[in-house]
Write a protein that binds this ligand. Sequence first.
Ligand code: PBG
Ligand code: ZN
Length: 322
Amino acid sequence: MKRLRRLRQNEIVRDLVRETRLSVKDFIYPIFVIDGENIKTPVKSMPNIYQYSIDRLAEILDKVRESKITGIMLFGIPKTEDKDEFGSKAYAEDGITQRAVRYIKKNYPEIYCIVDVCLCEYTSHGHCGLVKNGKILNDETLPLLSKMAVSLVKSGADMVAPSDMMDGRVAAIREALDLEGFINTPIMAYSAKFASAYYGPFRDAAHSAPCFGDRRSYQMDFANGKEALKEIESDIEEDADIVMVKPALAYLDVLKKASEIYNMPFAVYNVSGEYSMVKAAAMQGWIDEKRIVTENLIAMKRAGAKIIITYHALDMAKWLNE
Ligand code: PBG
Ligand code: ZN
């Protein structure tokens, strides 16, 4: 008989043979920054997640610093009256994200600041691209995304992460950054981003729900695994530095397969709905939060993620540090 249980007899030997470990260095913590003063508003559908105005960002950035998490992903929320059909404030020098990045890099220079590049928080219609006659335009959106990326990098962003799912945006953004001399600023592409109900709570948090239709003409059909490989491949060809699969848990098959095929660092986005489901059950006392979160995050890493973008990052860092 083969005795596989020999290596499970105590924690020392289990530790020795353990294949996957979590580190605070794996995590990117998403932060919502909202235009205005003295704001710390709880996101109702995301327990313990808040929208902060710039003057109160320190409350969360201090926690990030203490936790030893090295990177954040920033989402800006403009005033409703500042939204327009072109998402102008997404690429304005005085835009909320631009101001937030300048504040962060001035006061927390050691925190690696990744910015989400997408128009949906800034457009009056809530779509990720320009809209004409009810259709989302692809090519016309690319220059705007490029302008947004350049203006955020000029403000001090360390990395840009386009999440819009327009075709050709990685190449367009790369070219625009290079033209401005930002040849060393990496692009983390939301490559295999599926049209998912798991983004529901995020859209409350970021005020970015589309006001008509849905995102299925640009985000991927969740029935398709092979197509995800095509998306990833085309972003690699366009010189993405890091590729992402999003959401995480229902898409670990995609992550596993892609990370075995492509010699690239893979990121996975453990999205809002995934977070909120765990939180809700934990708050009821139905599950053991620490153990469930550890199991989920380990699964993402085991499936091939190098980087995990997760709202659990602060909690997990606390558990890892204790
Ligand atoms: C913006 C964007 C979304 C998320 C990240 N960037 C929402 C969407 O595409 O509708 C989702 C993140 C989450 O659910 O936590 N395009
Ligand atoms: Zn968007």
